[in-house]
Design a protein around this ligand. Sequence first.
Ligand SMILES: Cc1cc2nc3c(=O)[nH]c(=O)nc-3n(C[C@H](O)[C@H](O)[C@H](O)COP(=O)(O)OP(=O)(O)OC[C@H]3O[C@@H](n4cnc5c(N)ncnc54)[C@H](O)[C@@H]3O)c2cc1C
Length: 297
Amino acid sequence: MLARPGLPDFDYMKAESAQDVFRLLKERGDEVKLLMGGTDLFVQMRDRNESVGILLDLKHLPGIKDISYDKKKGINIGAAVTLNQLSAHPDVKDHFQILSQSADTIGNYQVRNRATLGGNICNASPSADMAPAALVLEGEVFLSGPDGERMMALDQFWEGPGKTALKEYEFLAAVHFPNPPSGAVGRYLKLGRSKMGDLAIVGVAVLGYPDSEVPAGIRFRIGINSTAPTVYRVPQVEEFLAQAPLSDDILRQAAGEAMKVSAPIEDVRATALYQKKMVNNLTFKGLKEVWNQLVIS
Ligand SMILES: Cc1cc2nc3c(=O)[nH]c(=O)nc-3n(C[C@H](O)[C@H](O)[C@H](O)COP(=O)(O)OP(=O)(O)OC[C@H]3O[C@@H](n4cnc5c(N)ncnc54)[C@H](O)[C@@H]3O)c2cc1C
Protein backbone atom coordinates (compact mmCIF):
# COMPACT_ATOMS: atom_id res chain seq x y z
CA MET A 1 0.00 0.00 0.00
CA LEU A 2 1.19 3.55 -0.74
CA ALA A 3 2.39 5.50 2.29
CA ARG A 4 0.26 8.36 1.00
CA PRO A 5 -2.95 7.86 -0.94
CA GLY A 6 -2.03 10.39 -3.66
CA LEU A 7 -4.16 13.21 -5.01
CA PRO A 8 -7.92 13.13 -4.47
CA ASP A 9 -10.21 13.48 -7.52
CA PHE A 10 -10.85 17.01 -8.77
CA ASP A 11 -12.09 18.83 -11.86
CA TYR A 12 -9.79 21.14 -13.76
CA MET A 13 -11.02 24.36 -15.37
CA LYS A 14 -9.07 26.99 -17.26
CA ALA A 15 -10.13 30.64 -16.81
CA GLU A 16 -9.90 32.65 -20.04
CA SER A 17 -10.96 35.96 -18.49
CA ALA A 18 -11.27 37.60 -15.08
CA GLN A 19 -15.07 37.39 -15.51
CA ASP A 20 -14.75 33.57 -15.72
CA VAL A 21 -12.99 33.63 -12.35
CA PHE A 22 -15.56 35.85 -10.62
CA ARG A 23 -18.46 33.84 -12.08
CA LEU A 24 -17.14 30.47 -10.96
CA LEU A 25 -16.15 31.81 -7.53
CA LYS A 26 -19.67 33.22 -7.07
CA GLU A 27 -21.40 30.06 -8.28
CA ARG A 28 -19.22 27.40 -6.69
CA GLY A 29 -16.82 29.28 -4.40
CA ASP A 30 -16.82 26.60 -1.68
CA GLU A 31 -15.46 23.98 -4.06
CA VAL A 32 -13.02 26.14 -6.03
CA LYS A 33 -9.32 26.58 -5.42
CA LEU A 34 -7.24 28.91 -7.58
CA LEU A 35 -4.30 27.26 -9.29
CA MET A 36 -0.96 28.65 -10.44
CA GLY A 37 2.00 26.27 -10.55
CA GLY A 38 0.45 23.92 -7.98
CA THR A 39 3.74 23.36 -6.15
CA ASP A 40 2.16 24.30 -2.84
CA LEU A 41 -1.42 23.38 -3.64
CA PHE A 42 -0.86 19.82 -4.88
CA VAL A 43 1.20 19.02 -1.80
CA GLN A 44 -1.57 20.35 0.44
CA MET A 45 -4.18 18.35 -1.52
CA ARG A 46 -2.09 15.20 -1.38
CA ASP A 47 -1.76 15.62 2.38
CA ARG A 48 -5.54 16.26 2.55
CA ASN A 49 -5.00 19.71 4.07
CA GLU A 50 -7.11 21.17 1.27
CA SER A 51 -10.38 19.77 0.02
CA VAL A 52 -10.91 20.86 -3.56
CA GLY A 53 -13.67 20.10 -6.05
CA ILE A 54 -12.47 22.33 -8.87
CA LEU A 55 -9.02 23.64 -9.62
CA LEU A 56 -9.40 26.89 -11.51
CA ASP A 57 -6.25 27.63 -13.49
CA LEU A 58 -5.44 31.36 -13.67
CA LYS A 59 -2.25 31.04 -15.71
CA HIS A 60 -4.00 31.74 -19.01
CA LEU A 61 -5.61 35.04 -18.06
CA PRO A 62 -4.57 37.89 -20.34
CA GLY A 63 -1.46 39.71 -19.03
CA ILE A 64 -0.95 37.50 -15.98
CA LYS A 65 2.44 36.28 -17.23
CA ASP A 66 3.70 39.75 -18.24
CA ILE A 67 6.61 41.70 -16.81
CA SER A 68 6.68 45.42 -17.61
CA TYR A 69 9.35 47.87 -16.47
CA ASP A 70 9.12 51.64 -16.44
CA LYS A 71 12.16 53.77 -15.56
CA LYS A 72 10.02 56.14 -13.48
CA LYS A 73 7.34 53.87 -12.02
CA GLY A 74 9.15 50.59 -11.40
CA ILE A 75 8.16 47.09 -12.39
CA ASN A 76 4.87 45.17 -12.62
CA ILE A 77 5.19 41.42 -12.44
CA GLY A 78 2.18 39.26 -13.36
CA ALA A 79 1.13 36.80 -10.68
CA ALA A 80 1.77 33.82 -12.99
CA VAL A 81 5.39 34.72 -13.80
CA THR A 82 7.43 31.69 -12.79
CA LEU A 83 10.42 31.96 -10.51
CA ASN A 84 12.78 30.92 -13.31
CA GLN A 85 11.35 33.62 -15.59
CA LEU A 86 11.67 36.15 -12.80
CA SER A 87 15.24 35.20 -12.01
CA ALA A 88 16.37 35.43 -15.65
CA HIS A 89 14.50 38.57 -16.71
CA PRO A 90 16.95 41.37 -17.67
CA ASP A 91 14.94 44.19 -16.02
CA VAL A 92 14.63 42.20 -12.81
CA LYS A 93 18.34 41.34 -12.83
CA ASP A 94 19.36 44.93 -13.56
CA HIS A 95 17.04 46.84 -11.22
CA PHE A 96 15.57 44.38 -8.69
CA GLN A 97 18.44 41.97 -8.26
CA ILE A 98 17.36 40.86 -4.79
CA LEU A 99 14.24 39.32 -6.37
CA SER A 100 16.39 37.18 -8.67
CA GLN A 101 18.60 36.17 -5.76
CA SER A 102 15.56 35.16 -3.70
CA ALA A 103 13.94 33.22 -6.54
CA ASP A 104 17.15 31.24 -7.04
CA THR A 105 17.03 29.95 -3.45
CA ILE A 106 13.63 28.29 -3.90
CA GLY A 107 13.33 24.51 -4.27
CA ASN A 108 15.15 23.35 -7.36
CA TYR A 109 15.14 24.21 -11.07
CA GLN A 110 12.18 21.96 -11.84
CA VAL A 111 10.10 23.44 -9.01
CA ARG A 112 11.02 26.98 -10.11
CA ASN A 113 9.81 26.17 -13.64
CA ARG A 114 6.28 25.71 -12.24
CA ALA A 115 6.27 27.84 -9.09
CA THR A 116 5.08 31.43 -9.51
CA LEU A 117 5.62 34.69 -7.67
CA GLY A 118 1.85 34.97 -7.15
CA GLY A 119 1.64 31.48 -5.66
CA ASN A 120 4.49 32.18 -3.26
CA ILE A 121 2.79 35.37 -2.09
CA CYS A 122 -0.78 34.00 -1.89
CA ASN A 123 0.26 30.84 -0.07
CA ALA A 124 1.21 33.24 2.75
CA SER A 125 3.72 30.90 4.32
CA PRO A 126 5.80 32.52 7.09
CA SER A 127 8.84 30.93 5.41
CA ALA A 128 8.08 32.13 1.85
CA ASP A 129 11.41 33.00 0.26
CA MET A 130 10.12 35.76 -2.02
CA ALA A 131 8.55 37.62 0.87
CA PRO A 132 11.53 39.26 2.65
CA ALA A 133 12.82 40.81 -0.60
CA ALA A 134 9.29 41.80 -1.63
CA LEU A 135 8.92 43.61 1.70
CA VAL A 136 12.21 45.50 1.57
CA LEU A 137 11.36 46.57 -1.98
CA GLU A 138 8.04 47.85 -0.59
CA GLY A 139 5.97 45.83 -3.05
CA GLU A 140 2.26 46.29 -3.59
CA VAL A 141 -0.30 43.78 -4.82
CA PHE A 142 -2.94 44.37 -7.50
CA LEU A 143 -6.05 42.52 -6.39
CA SER A 144 -8.69 41.93 -9.02
CA GLY A 145 -12.34 41.58 -7.98
CA PRO A 146 -15.83 41.90 -9.49
CA ASP A 147 -15.89 45.61 -8.51
CA GLY A 148 -12.54 46.38 -10.13
CA GLU A 149 -8.91 46.36 -9.09
CA ARG A 150 -7.43 47.58 -5.80
CA MET A 151 -3.84 47.95 -4.65
CA MET A 152 -2.48 47.10 -1.24
CA ALA A 153 0.96 47.27 0.37
CA LEU A 154 2.35 43.79 0.86
CA ASP A 155 2.86 44.28 4.58
CA GLN A 156 -0.94 44.63 4.87
CA PHE A 157 -1.61 41.61 2.66
CA TRP A 158 -0.27 38.82 4.89
CA GLU A 159 -2.48 38.32 7.94
CA GLY A 160 -1.13 35.06 9.35
CA PRO A 161 0.06 31.62 8.25
CA GLY A 162 -1.93 30.82 5.09
CA LYS A 163 -4.12 33.93 5.58
CA THR A 164 -4.26 36.93 3.27
CA ALA A 165 -6.39 40.04 2.89
CA LEU A 166 -7.93 38.68 -0.33
CA LYS A 167 -11.70 39.16 -0.21
CA GLU A 168 -14.28 36.70 -1.47
CA TYR A 169 -14.14 36.47 -5.31
CA GLU A 170 -10.79 38.30 -5.55
CA PHE A 171 -7.52 37.07 -6.97
CA LEU A 172 -3.98 38.41 -7.17
CA ALA A 173 -3.33 39.77 -10.64
CA ALA A 174 0.17 41.27 -10.33
CA VAL A 175 2.77 42.66 -7.98
CA HIS A 176 4.21 46.15 -8.31
CA PHE A 177 7.64 47.17 -7.07
CA PRO A 178 8.62 50.85 -7.15
CA ASN A 179 12.20 51.55 -8.24
CA PRO A 180 14.55 51.11 -5.28
CA PRO A 181 16.30 54.30 -4.11
CA SER A 182 19.28 55.32 -6.20
CA GLY A 183 22.43 53.29 -5.52
CA ALA A 184 20.56 50.57 -3.62
CA VAL A 185 22.25 47.22 -3.00
CA GLY A 186 20.35 44.13 -1.86
CA ARG A 187 21.22 40.76 -0.40
CA TYR A 188 19.05 37.76 0.51
CA LEU A 189 20.62 35.21 2.82
CA LYS A 190 18.81 31.95 3.47
CA LEU A 191 19.57 29.11 5.80
CA GLY A 192 17.88 25.82 4.88
CA ARG A 193 18.57 22.25 5.92
CA SER A 194 20.12 21.37 2.58
CA LYS A 195 21.39 23.16 -0.51
CA MET A 196 19.20 20.88 -2.65
CA GLY A 197 16.08 22.96 -2.02
CA ASP A 198 14.41 23.31 1.34
CA LEU A 199 12.20 25.84 3.06
CA ALA A 200 14.02 28.51 5.04
CA ILE A 201 14.97 27.91 8.66
CA VAL A 202 15.61 31.64 8.53
CA GLY A 203 15.88 34.05 5.60
CA VAL A 204 16.99 37.67 5.84
CA ALA A 205 16.79 40.28 3.08
CA VAL A 206 18.80 43.49 3.47
CA LEU A 207 18.47 46.48 1.18
CA GLY A 208 20.85 49.41 1.74
CA TYR A 209 21.16 52.75 -0.05
CA PRO A 210 22.99 56.04 0.39
CA ASP A 211 21.02 58.73 2.25
CA SER A 212 22.87 61.94 3.14
CA GLU A 213 19.96 63.06 5.36
CA VAL A 214 20.74 60.55 8.14
CA PRO A 215 23.83 60.42 10.42
CA ALA A 216 24.81 56.97 9.13
CA GLY A 217 24.84 58.17 5.51
CA ILE A 218 23.12 54.91 4.59
CA ARG A 219 19.66 53.58 5.19
CA PHE A 220 18.87 49.91 5.54
CA ARG A 221 15.66 47.95 5.19
CA ILE A 222 15.53 44.47 6.70
CA GLY A 223 12.96 41.73 5.98
CA ILE A 224 12.92 38.42 7.87
CA ASN A 225 11.00 35.17 7.32
CA SER A 226 10.31 31.95 9.26
CA THR A 227 10.42 33.50 12.71
CA ALA A 228 6.90 34.93 13.20
CA PRO A 229 3.37 34.19 11.90
CA THR A 230 4.08 36.44 8.89
CA VAL A 231 7.21 37.71 7.19
CA TYR A 232 8.10 41.09 8.69
CA ARG A 233 10.35 44.13 8.70
CA VAL A 234 12.10 45.52 11.77
CA PRO A 235 11.56 49.31 11.57
CA GLN A 236 13.06 49.98 15.01
CA VAL A 237 16.31 48.28 13.95
CA GLU A 238 16.32 50.13 10.61
CA GLU A 239 15.90 53.43 12.46
CA PHE A 240 18.66 52.57 14.94
CA LEU A 241 21.05 51.91 12.05
CA ALA A 242 20.22 55.23 10.39
CA GLN A 243 20.99 57.26 13.51
CA ALA A 244 24.60 56.26 14.21
CA PRO A 245 27.85 56.33 12.25
CA LEU A 246 28.22 52.77 11.01
CA SER A 247 30.75 50.34 12.45
CA ASP A 248 30.97 46.58 12.96
CA ASP A 249 29.84 47.12 16.51
CA ILE A 250 26.71 49.03 15.45
CA LEU A 251 25.85 46.32 12.90
CA ARG A 252 26.27 43.68 15.63
CA GLN A 253 24.01 45.61 17.98
CA ALA A 254 21.40 45.96 15.22
CA ALA A 255 21.54 42.22 14.50
CA GLY A 256 21.11 41.53 18.23
CA GLU A 257 18.02 43.75 18.28
CA ALA A 258 16.58 41.94 15.26
CA MET A 259 17.12 38.66 17.12
CA LYS A 260 15.20 40.01 20.13
CA VAL A 261 12.23 40.98 17.95
CA SER A 262 12.05 37.56 16.27
CA ALA A 263 9.53 35.11 17.73
CA PRO A 264 10.12 31.71 16.15
CA ILE A 265 8.33 28.57 17.21
CA GLU A 266 9.91 25.13 17.53
CA ASP A 267 9.35 23.13 14.33
CA VAL A 268 10.70 20.12 12.46
CA ARG A 269 13.44 22.20 10.88
CA ALA A 270 15.00 23.87 13.92
CA THR A 271 14.63 24.80 17.56
CA ALA A 272 13.39 28.29 18.37
CA LEU A 273 16.70 29.16 20.03
CA TYR A 274 18.68 28.13 16.96
CA GLN A 275 16.41 30.19 14.71
CA LYS A 276 16.87 33.25 16.92
CA LYS A 277 20.64 32.87 16.79
CA MET A 278 20.48 32.51 13.03
CA VAL A 279 18.45 35.74 12.78
CA ASN A 280 21.34 37.39 14.59
CA ASN A 281 24.01 35.82 12.35
CA LEU A 282 22.27 36.33 9.01
CA THR A 283 21.21 39.89 9.82
CA PHE A 284 24.78 40.81 10.74
CA LYS A 285 26.17 39.06 7.65
CA GLY A 286 23.62 40.69 5.34
CA LEU A 287 24.20 44.17 6.79
CA LYS A 288 27.95 43.77 6.57
CA GLU A 289 27.89 42.56 2.97
CA VAL A 290 25.58 45.34 1.84
CA TRP A 291 27.54 47.98 3.78
CA ASN A 292 30.84 46.78 2.25
CA GLN A 293 29.36 46.88 -1.21
CA LEU A 294 27.98 50.39 -0.71
CA VAL A 295 31.27 51.69 0.66
CA ILE A 296 33.28 50.16 -2.21
CA SER A 297 30.96 51.36 -4.98
C1 LIG B 1 9.98 20.41 -3.63
C2 LIG B 1 9.49 21.77 -3.23
C3 LIG B 1 10.40 22.69 -2.73
C4 LIG B 1 9.98 23.97 -2.35
N1 LIG B 1 10.90 24.85 -1.86
C5 LIG B 1 10.52 26.09 -1.49
C6 LIG B 1 11.48 27.02 -0.99
O1 LIG B 1 12.67 26.75 -0.90
N2 LIG B 1 11.02 28.26 -0.64
C7 LIG B 1 9.70 28.63 -0.76
O2 LIG B 1 9.36 29.78 -0.44
N3 LIG B 1 8.78 27.75 -1.24
C8 LIG B 1 9.15 26.51 -1.60
N4 LIG B 1 8.22 25.62 -2.08
C9 LIG B 1 6.81 26.03 -2.15
C10 LIG B 1 6.34 26.55 -3.52
O3 LIG B 1 7.12 26.05 -4.57
C11 LIG B 1 6.34 28.09 -3.63
O4 LIG B 1 5.64 28.69 -2.56
C12 LIG B 1 5.72 28.55 -4.96
O5 LIG B 1 6.13 29.86 -5.26
C13 LIG B 1 4.21 28.47 -5.01
O6 LIG B 1 3.79 28.92 -6.29
P1 LIG B 1 2.76 28.09 -7.16
O7 LIG B 1 2.59 28.84 -8.42
O8 LIG B 1 3.16 26.68 -7.31
O9 LIG B 1 1.46 28.21 -6.23
P2 LIG B 1 0.18 27.26 -6.14
O10 LIG B 1 0.54 26.00 -5.43
O11 LIG B 1 -0.50 27.12 -7.45
O12 LIG B 1 -0.73 28.17 -5.19
C14 LIG B 1 -0.37 28.43 -3.84
C15 LIG B 1 -1.58 29.01 -3.08
O13 LIG B 1 -1.86 30.32 -3.51
C16 LIG B 1 -3.19 30.41 -4.05
N5 LIG B 1 -3.06 31.24 -5.24
C17 LIG B 1 -2.17 31.07 -6.24
N6 LIG B 1 -2.26 32.06 -7.13
C18 LIG B 1 -3.23 32.89 -6.69
C19 LIG B 1 -3.76 34.11 -7.19
N7 LIG B 1 -3.30 34.67 -8.31
N8 LIG B 1 -4.74 34.72 -6.49
C20 LIG B 1 -5.19 34.17 -5.34
N9 LIG B 1 -4.72 33.01 -4.81
C21 LIG B 1 -3.75 32.37 -5.48
C22 LIG B 1 -3.60 28.98 -4.38
O14 LIG B 1 -5.00 28.82 -4.35
C23 LIG B 1 -2.88 28.22 -3.28
O15 LIG B 1 -3.62 28.31 -2.07
C24 LIG B 1 8.61 24.33 -2.49
C25 LIG B 1 7.69 23.40 -3.00
C26 LIG B 1 8.12 22.15 -3.38
C27 LIG B 1 7.12 21.17 -3.93
